[in-house]
Design a protein around this ligand. Sequence first.
Ligand code: ATP
Length: 242
Amino acid sequence: MTDTAIDVRSLDHYFGEGEARKQALFDVNLSVRRGSLTILMGPSGSGKTTLLTLMGCLREVHRGSIRLLERELFQSDEITRIDMRRRLGFIFQARNLHDSLTARQNVMMGLQVHGRGAPKTHALAADHILDLLGLGERLDYLPGNLSGGQKQRVAIARALVSNPDIIFADEPTAALDKESGRTVVEMLKALGRERGATTVMVTHDNRILELADRVVTLEDGRIVKDVAGSGIQTLAVPAMPG
Ligand SMILES: Nc1ncnc2c1ncn2[C@@H]1O[C@H](COP(=O)(O)OP(=O)(O)OP(=O)(O)O)[C@@H](O)[C@H]1O
């Protein structure tokens, strides 16, 4: 296995056709090391979400190359992309929790879509990760009875419970207070260290920049800055589920 989780080469992306055609990404090159935490920053409309969704197999690569876990996405078929998505975890702003399912059941969905393990172990794994995220007292609550920040933590637990190889996150800490935001980022870092999980996160949250291994800035569809972070510092990291 190589040390590179994601390798983006000469990537362009367009939206629309004919007169309405607009280029959103221009010759993006980015190589992301396995187990690292990379933050994507940039003004609104700079292409962060477009890049994240291309890397996350949620859009078709039109021009250029993205190698994800050593598989090429350019000209890949839908079966390959579905197969790849099973190895990814997504934490997006739109929380998409099922209103009729409890916090525990929502997190268990993250395991059931992968079809791994027995339902009893699913419940234990769900409880464990919810507990780590401070929701141990809310396992049986429906989303309607949780605050915005608590719902976001349920969505984070659901993305992490299946032990994805790569986690793509869009503003995962926006709805959280400073301490919960740090806990989430520290958990992602622990997953990187202990299991080699790689995180790419779009954020405007300056409070967590110092935790990143690398901060990449986009402007008008181009990478304009790429700096190693100070994320190598020692952190008090919560234990992860076994
Ligand atoms: N589905 C779409 N159809 C047409 N244009 C789009 C579409 N999605 C994004 N764009 C355009 O592509 C450019 C990049 O958008 P993108 O959402 O990737 O930016 P962003 O940096 O994530 O912005 P934000 O911080 O506001 O989420 C913008 O000019 C946007 O208007």
